[in-house]
Design a protein around this ligand. Sequence first.
Ligand SMILES: [Zn+2]
Length: 390
Amino acid sequence: MLLRDGRVIDGGRVTDETDVRVDPETGRIVSVGDLDPNRHERVVDLSGKTVTPGLVDAHVHFSLSGERSVEDVVALSTPQLTLVEARNARKTLEAGVTGVRVMGARDIDVVLKQAVGAGDVPGPRMVANCRSITITGGHGHHMGREIDGADDARRAVREQVKRGADFIKFMTTGGVTTPGSDPGAVALTDEELHALVDESHRRGVHTATHAHGAEGIKAAIRAGVDTVEHGTFLDDEAVDLFLEHDVTLVPTLSAPYHISRNTEAATREDVSKVDFVYDRHLESFRKAVDAGVTIAGGTDAGTPFNYHGGNASEIQFMAQHGMDPIDAIRAMTETAADAIGLEGCGVVEPDAHADLLVFDDDPLSDLTVLNDPSAVLKGGRVVSGSVPEN
Ligand SMILES: [Zn+2]
């Protein structure tokens, strides 16, 4: 299949009138450039349209659906939650997100990943884990794995790798959405952090930490964590540590935004915590952008009022608060794919998966265009919308 004459946004560059050849058998891109159609090849005319890689969201929760409180979800049985997750995976793909790193719950996500990979359930390509690791009673304990001590930390990592986890996520600090949890406070000890990271790396999987307060962020980076989620209260020392250890920040600006826009419906505790963190969060994000920290787009989709399918808003928020629009797109395609280890995703180049979005209008002049692709292709197949027929 030859996608002809589209305007391609990829790798922080724009190339006009570019042809992309896709092998329908492998679902991968064969070549990109000025190409002539082969005999009998299907040709799709994309002149006047824009093509980007499918979006890659480095932080989603398929177990959550934007409920006001996580306590609404805890009541669901595991069979119910499994179906909820499958629905959220489909909504995410249809919105143009062709790759995600999903923060697991109750060991469902590693199974969902297999079903999506086999083509049984529609969804994006997934980097999945089983459940977040937290101290007993800590942030996310409702659906997490509670640990106490370094030996238990290693055991928790081994359990998840055994079940198929691609990465390990742990809660270094408290959080916004768990009642009674203080986002600024450090929860895990240095011994536990070291054990979690060391054991993960020994088992060949990467690590992500939920972290709001600066002390927790710094402790996790010193322990060797690979990605920091939220990064709400960054100080200069924390920014230096990101650069020195080449750690990726996943700022999830969508999460506090949606709570702050729904103060009537949100829980009182969430509102008071978000009032406290949101401005500082934006300030920290700008500080990280200015310093040149590697930033990957991630929405925290599923958290209160942060619905699956609205993922592209994160690109608008990143651009609104200090990133160039084209860099913000790159952060939620190529950079996110690199950060989460999703091979062959987030780029329009030979051998990459033909995971592509087509837009009638130009996303660079209006980033809200990204909310509504006219076609979503995964592995060279149109999975949502349509491309012009000749
Ligand atoms: Zn999250």
